[in-house]
Ligand binder design. Structure first.
Ligand SMILES: *[C@@H]1O[C@H](CO)[C@@H](O)[C@H](O)[C@H]1NC(C)=O
Ligand SMILES: *[C@@H]1O[C@H](CO)[C@@H](O)[C@H](O)[C@H]1NC(C)=O
Ligand SMILES: *[C@@H]1O[C@H](CO)[C@@H](O)[C@H](O)[C@H]1NC(C)=O
Ligand SMILES: *[C@@H]1O[C@H](CO)[C@@H](O)[C@H](O)[C@H]1NC(C)=O
Ligand SMILES: *[C@@H]1O[C@H](CO)[C@@H](O)[C@H](O)[C@H]1NC(C)=O
Ligand SMILES: *[C@@H]1O[C@H](CO)[C@@H](O)[C@H](O)[C@H]1NC(C)=O
Ligand SMILES: *[C@@H]1O[C@H](CO)[C@@H](O)[C@H](O)[C@H]1NC(C)=O
Length: 299
């Protein structure tokens, strides 16, 4: 009886497995070409842009400007169309570039929301869409980029919060979201122990920083939270961010005393604390507290 039951299950799953692997194996460089043509269609209408001519179907996409193909599978592994005066929407077809490792569309005029089809880019290690006119909430499906190391969405109009699913990016090294309109930092960010750079300044982040915030951030070198609405005390766990070189907390609503643990940060070179409601002495400027005293600036 139990055996019958198992066979029945296998019979049920096999066709769906087959069709899944089939749909993967039937994509090829032609799939990549149509994805890139969808990008071209966004800006090419009556355009004299160099890419309109260069991205020609008469030539292999691997010879197109900004396109890199892998030697093994002959599929598009990198797309870099940074700073090329391009515009339009981010087309959903981009999600078909299933071998893509690096996507750089920064410093252009791309607008609108990010299509959820991008979630299919499971191999992405670099995603840079900074300095465009993108908007909408940061989507939870960003959590599907398990391999991502560099995420840059600075200078756009993104709203909402940093989705908790970001904790899925367990290899993330650099998170740059400055100059957006984001409201909440999910505490999950502070659990990504691979992070070396967190740049979140000039948003609308509110709330306070969790006490344990540096417990898992042993590799953090640069933390910038300036120009937000953060309040509460500066956590004393900052002492555990022992690699910190630059710490910027200015232009917020922090209160209380600067924790003496900041004085233990032997790598610290730049410290911005101005324009808050902090009180007391900034002890780190005093030799008496055994501070490293290697600060270049302290505001
Ligand atoms: C890609 O696959 C399609 C069928 O799915 C086929 O028609 C096309 O010729 C293939 N292209 C290349 C370059 O192999
Ligand atoms: C596109 O530009 C690349 C790099 O400059 C060049 O090698 C290629 O021949 C150009 N292709 C066309 C069709 O103009
Ligand atoms: C894309 O190209 C620009 C200009 O050549 C370069 O500065 C940038 O580092 C490249 N992006 C990536 C992800 O390699
Ligand atoms: C590519 O993406 C589009 C939109 O997401 C989809 O309609 C299309 O079927 C996909 N597949 C291929 C092989 O282009
Ligand atoms: C995060 O990872 C888990 C485990 O791999 C997965 O179940 C979940 O769907 C992922 N979240 C997102 C938003 O992709
Ligand atoms: C980002 O936006 C700010 C404020 O609008 C602007 O001053 C800055 O130059 C922008 N950065 C880039 C790289 O464009
Ligand atoms: C962060 O990780 C700790 C375990 O080290 C866990 O207890 C905590 O719930 C995590 N916090 C978040 C916000 O994921």
């Amino acid at each position: 009886m139990e055996k019958c039951h198992n066979y029945f299950l296998i019979g049920l799953f096999l066709p769906s497995l087959l069709s899944t692997s089939l749909s993967i194996s039937t994509t090829n460089i032609t799939t990549d070409q149509s994805a890139l043509l969808a990008v071209r269609a966004q800006f090419s209408i009556e355009s004299r842009h160099i890419l309109t001519k260069n991205w020609s179907i008469g030539f292999s996409v691997c010879d197109w400007i900004g396109v890199t193909c892998g030697s093994r599978h002959h599929r598009v592994t990198a797309l870099n169309i940074s700073n090329m005066d391009l515009g339009g929407l981010v087309p959903p077809q981009l999600g078909n570039l299933s071998f893509l490792v690096s996507l750089d569309m920064s410093i252009n005029n791309f607008r609108g929301e990010l299509p959820h089809e991008l979630a299919r880019l499971r191999r992405l290690r670099v995603l840079n869409l900074g300095v465009n006119n993108l908007n909408g909430d940061l989507p939870p499906w960003l959590g599907s980029f398990h391999q991502l190391q560099y995420l840059t969405l600075m200078n756009n109009s993104f709203t909402g919060l940093i989705p908790p699913s970001i904790s899925n990016m367990s290899k993330l090294i650099s998170l740059r979201l400055r100059y957006n309109s984001l409201r909440d930092i999910s505490n999950e960010v502070f659990n990504i122990s691979s992070l070396e750079i967190i740049i979140l300044d000039r948003n609308s982040f509110a709330g306070s920083l969790p006490d344990y915030m540096c417990q898992h951030l042993q590799k953090l070198k640069l933390l910038s939270l300036s120009g937000n609405n953060l309040n509460g005390q500066i956590p004393s766990s900052f002492g555990q961010c022992s690699q910190l070189q630059k710490l910027s907390l200015s232009y917020n609503k922090f209160t209380g005393v600067v924790p003496k643990e900041i004085g233990k940060l032997t790598e610290l070179e730049v410290l911005y604390l101005g324009q808050n409601s902090l009180e007391g002495k900034i002890f780190i400027l005093s030799q008496d507290f055994g501070c490293p005293c290697s600060f270049k600036h302290s505001y």
